[in-house]
Design a binder for this molecule. Structure first.
Ligand code: BV8
Length: 264
């Protein structure tokens, strides 16, 4: 498909959940699709987005203040409890139609890649098999000292629990601000963003790097940039298509429009 400058098409709330015909056409002709998701795709599952106003005990903190190694060193119990509350919430929710639509797209598109900034594991629970978790997963923990991951741990003693190997404090297996992203996941996401024909930025405020840089890499490599978000973001003015509304409504419609026989 020609990659010349395309006039940006905005589909807003007022237009209902219509998928632009030009985008359907591009997706029918494209093979390589790259998707980056953020907290917005889990919002319709009932998971508060990362920058939703913090509630309860956490109301007085900004997430960026809690999601750091310094915060954990300063008050390990507070940070441990914040993640424990989020983990408990995630255990109670289910993937939504947006997650299932992406799991279907993985099977339908010849060369499909999904990277997420989310730490809730909902893409995998919806059936997505190849997910690059750029910011880790809060359902796993690791040792703050020796970095060893744990799938199971004991919370009967003082919290945070201690590492059975070295006695260090256990922490959520997520990437905090100022920490490097998992090298292999980031490299793979960067390579897919360079090669893709269509890049979807879905449910992210496009402010946290290096994840947010993937959309720019794709755009600079000539990809069609599609943003799905309930609000505009710093990325919107570069998008070729902006679908303004809930991902859980737009994504199933988009899959049905491009692959009419899809079972989702
Ligand atoms: C690093 C895990 C190198 C923990 C997270 C200036 C330029 C470039 C970089 C930096 C810079 N200044 C500082 C940095 C570095 C920093 C950064 O980017 N800071 C930002 C704030 C500027 N980045 C880092 O520190 C990264 N590491 O750079 O390492 C390094 C290494 C060693 C030493 C020094 C440096 C690490 C970043 C990872 C941090 N960890 N999460 C946890 O979750 O607790 S980030 C956190 O933000 C979450 O992962 C979240 O996913 C991510 C992004 O947020 P979003 O997902 O976009 O969520 P948000 O709430 O913001 O937005 C939701 C969106 O959804 C909204 O737009 C909303 O409109 C939309 N929405 C809502 N409902 C719906 C919807 N859309 C569709 N449908 C709906 N229904």
């Amino acid at each position: 498909m020609g990659r010349g400058k395309r006039k940006r098409q905005i589909v807003g709330h007022g237009d209902g959940v219509n998928i632009p015909a030009a985008l359907v056409e591009i997706l029918r002709w494209s093979e390589r699709i790259m998707v980056l998701t953020g907290a917005g795709i889990s919002a319709e599952s009932g998971v508060p987005t990362f920058r939703d106003a913090q509630t309860g005990l956490w109301a007085r903190f900004k997430p960026e203040e809690l999601a750091t190694p310094e915060a954990f060193r300063l008050n390990p119990r507070l940070v441990w409890d914040w993640y424990a509350e989020r983990r408990a919430k995630v255990r109670l929710v289910a993937p939504n139609p947006g997650h299932y639509a992406l799991a279907a797209m993985e099977k339908l598109a010849p060369d499909f890649h999904l990277a997420t900034q989310n730490v809730d594991g909902l893409h995998q629970r919806a059936g997505s098999r190849r997910v690059w978790e750029l910011h880790g997963n809060l359902t796993r923990v690791k040792c703050f000292e020796d970095d060893g991951p744990f799938e199971n741990w004991n919370e009967t003693g003082p919290l945070p629990p201690r590492c059975p190997r070295c006695g260090g404090a256990l922490r959520p297996d997520v990437v905090w601000f100022g920490e490097s992203l998992p090298e292999s996941a980031l490299r793979a996401a960067e390579a897919a963003s360079q090669k893709c024909e269509v890049f979807f930025s879905i449910g992210t405020s496009a402010m946290v790097y290096p994840a947010a840089g993937l959309a720019h890499t794709a755009k600079e490599s000539g990809a069609t940039l599609v943003e799905i978000n309930t609000q505009e973001t710093p990325l919107t003015r570069q998008a070729d298509f902006f679908l303004g509304g809930p991902a859980g409504q737009f994504l199933p419609e988009l899959v049905r429009a491009v692959w009419p026989k899809a079972q989702i």
